[in-house]
Design a protein around this ligand. Sequence first.
Ligand code: HEC
Length: 445
Amino acid sequence: MILDPSSVTPVPHDIPLPLPASEPFLELLLIVAFVAHILFVNLMVGSSILVLAFEIRGRRNPDYDRLARALAATITVNKSMAVVLGVAPLLVISVLYTIHFYTANALTGTAWILLIPTIIVTFLLLYLHKYSWDRMANLKGLHIAILGTAVALFLFIPLVFLANVNLMMFPERWTTIHGFFSALLLPNVIPRYFHFLSASLILTSLFGVGYFGRRNFPVSETFETFDKPALRRIFYSIALAVSLVQFIVGPLVLFTLPTKGFHGSVVFAIFAGAAVSIPAVWLMWKELSESQPQGKRFPAIVGYLTLTVLCMATGRHMYRGIALAEHRRDMRVATEQWVAESEQAAYDQSQGVARLAAGESPGKPLFQSNCSGCHAVDRKLVGPSLVEIAQIYAGSPEGIVTWAKAPGKKRADFPQMPPFAIVGDAKLRDIAAYMLEAGAKAKVP
Ligand code: HEC
């Protein structure tokens, strides 16, 4: 039988604690903190890939090796920024989406935890690569292999994050996911991964235009043949080429997103983001069509692409909100129910304790609501009196419990007693204790 996954969506109750700040504020904080973090992640991943490419090319053209080295010097700085700025979004998301985030972490458990050693190893490899440039000058192959390993790990890490944040949004899939690899197969993960990699390369290339094109960068001391326009040309070409790729990958991301989180506003934010990237691409092309790009369009390009990033991040956040709205509503109901039940249980318990303290049996009210319609203390009603019952069952309340759950047919002149198993053993035991006590008391006037 094929189960409809949505029919088995787990709806846990939330943790009923107040948020530390207002929800809209936390959401804004999440978007801003996440954008700040991801930009440095993009730079760190994108630079690693470009440094690898440049260093390989540098075996023929030493200026490319110098370019690789100068860019590599920035990676560890950007990496530190990415790590430090990653704390805030992780904290905010675990406060705003506690259950969803926790569940996604738990379901991708091993891979999620493996992130920590993987990231540490990757960072150590980056430091090794950065500080062994001179010492390994004659071991170029090994030097490149060290960076190659770091890049391979860097290419793996975002997959885990993407599988995780994607899994968060689809509670109806939670029961069918068994670890990281099955989460990878969620429809949207792979396209988003390539979207992220392209964004990393575009951002890093623009960073390269700004970093190597800035007024006080010592070009002539660093390179033999490259001048600033040549460096701009290298980075603009990569940015432009990958931007064009992004126009294919972007729609793929959009079309593989499950429709449940779509809404006019999400589509609007995403299309607005794509639209403002068009002038940026056009300006890159204009820069490249000059034989000596001077970089005067650079601020405008950065401005347009900043808007793109903000629109995309907002659209992404809105999608998550809408995709999760129904589940969060169900969770609110489950939470309210749970709170009400636990309050009732606490009240019942305090009542029971109070009655015991007053020397009153907790079985009395239960007897009254379940049995007193047919049983009175000292006279026959529909069933026998408690005096009679107390004589039969004196010292054996369990006997009453057994009977009440499945009454037999004993007295010819009485009707059949209905079964009371539904009341439950614990309550029946209280009732039985009360019946014996009240019956015994009434016998001795
Ligand atoms: C709808 C009426 C009715 C209700 C309500 C009822 N009983 Fe009875 N009960 C009877 C009748 C009638 C008999 C006698 C049955 C017989 O002897 O065949 C009886 C007999 C008994 C006996 C005597 C059994 C014996 O071995 O002689 C016990 C004990 C008893 N009931 C416990 C309970 C308890 C506990 C409850 C509440 C949880 C309860 N009854 C609720 C009708 C009722």
